[in-house]
Design a protein around this ligand. Structure first.
Ligand SMILES: Nc1nc2c(ncn2[C@@H]2O[C@H](COP(=O)(O)OP(=O)(O)OP(=O)(O)O)[C@@H](O)[C@H]2O)c(=O)[nH]1
Length: 384
């Protein structure tokens, strides 16, 4: 698959831009986070038992009741006195139990490279996926040893359709940004699960809140985490251009149970005001190379210094913090760049020419303090 085994080198292009990297190297890793009791284990069980043809290594905090699902076909291969244990399942999945963040377990797993095509990492219910995502995200400056063997494919967040709204409400009410909102903010794919327990109106209302927090992630409505594995894995969320999907999607391939789609409006550039966390989606016109340079510097200042360029001190709004950003920029010569950012790490990489040319670029920032001043400051880059 990979052209060669060398550690990928990001080639500097002009001052700040990197040329397109080789397609993802290493084993792709997907992080699963989610609200307590939302259905993470249910999703994993499904993946561990279905015949999907993928050899997936699943790393979970504990096997718990998941281990008995295919007991007849499991070989326990205990790996030393550490917390790791491996189970090999009939459908090709490899299951690994961990008790901590599992870096050691993942390193051990990597020694079995070739035994699997994809790694799924389940986080505990209260974990913020951001730091874990940063750890695995390919980035020249931050790549750890593991970062060279593993490429981050995406972050899935499972939200409880029944209790999720309440959890988010409680998060809004607290002074700091709570974990449930951080999980939504950091997600590339959201499963709104347990929709059988609530009314269609409630599903729509919760979808709207999720969309407000994270306009860039597809939201699938699921029952018992029923969704095609291909929708979750191999999404290349950290290298592919973001799509800014419409507001309502289904987990089922055949959505014959036609919910009433509430496509209120396609995501116009909008600012969603939530107390805890907000997102800012801005349309970006075709840019000159010089404007892209300025935009790069703008993003760097916001992500690294938590302030707008030109601001010496933060005015009395909420602190400016960006947890996740994505964007697609089109230059006036047609060349496209993809922006990806997790917390203070970001990269603007030239997109391969496989893309169709979109009408215009877009950028979405997810975090706190993203008020109208932020939009204005951003739009000044191409206004003048
Ligand atoms: N009615 C209904 N129940 C569900 C659905 N999905 C999962 N459940 C049930 O909800 C409970 C919690 O699901 P889990 O998959 O264990 O949730 P989890 O996110 O792994 O939970 P924690 O690891 O404790 O955070 C279980 O009893 C599941 O059987 C669903 O779509 N509808």
């Amino acid at each position: 698959m990979s052209d060669d085994e060398e550690i990928p080198v990001l080639i500097e292009h002009d001052e700040n831009y990197m040329t397109a990297k080789p397609p993802s190297q290493g084993v792709p890793l997907t992080i699963i986070c989610g609200f307590l009791g939302a259905g993470k284990s249910t999703l994993l069980k499904r993946i561990l038992t279905e015949q999907h043809g993928f050899r997936i290594a699943v790393i979970m905090n504990e096997f718990g009741d998941t281990a008995d699902i295919e007991a007849k076909t499991i070989n326990v291969a205990s790996e030393g006195e550490e917390s790791e244990e491996f189970l090999e399942l009939a459908n090709g999945c490899l299951c690994c139990s961990i008790k901590d963040t599992g870096i050691a377990a993942i390193e051990k797993l990597m020694q079995r490279k070739g035994a699997f095509d994809h790694i799924l990492l389940e986080t505990t219910g209260l974990a913020d996926p951001g730091p874990i995502a940063s750890l695995f995200w390919h980035n020249e400056e931050f790549a750890t040893g593991l970062g060279r063997d593993i490429s981050l494919d995406g972050v899935i967040c499972v939200v409880d359709a029944m209790f999720g709204p309440q959890q988010m409400e409680e998060d809004h009410a607290s002074d700091t940004v709570g974990e449930s909102l951080r999980q939504i903010a950091g997600a590339d794919i959201i499963l709104l699960n347990k929709i059988d327990l609530v009314s269609p109106e409630s599903v729509s209302a919760t979808t709207a809140i999720l969309r407000g927090v994270n306009p860039a992630a597809p939201i699938y409505h699921t029952m018992r985490a029923e969704i095609a594995v291909s929708r979750l894995l191999g999404v290349h969320a950290f290298t592919a251009p973001p799509e800014f999907p419409p507001a309502h999607e289904h987990g089922h391939d055949h959505d014959h149970d036609h919910d009433h789609d509430q496509h209120e409006s396609a995501p116009e550039p909008t600012h969603y005001e939530l107390r805890g966390i907000s997102s800012l989606l801005v349309a970006v016109p075709a840019l000159s190379r010089a404007q892209l340079d300025v935009l790069d510097e703008w993003i760097r200042t916001v992500l690294w210094e938590q302030r707008l360029p030109g601001d010496t001190e933060d005015p009395h709004t909420q602190p400016l913090t960006v947890l996740r950003c994505k964007g697609l920029f089109v230059l006036d010569n047609g060349v496209q760049y993809v922006l990806q950012g997790v917390r203070n790490m970001y990269e603007i990489a030239e997109a391969g020419d496989a893309l169709g040319v979109p009408d215009a670029g877009k950028v979405v920032l997810i975090g706190t303090g993203l008020d109208a001043r932020v939009r204005t400051s951003l739009e000044c880059i191409w206004a003048g």
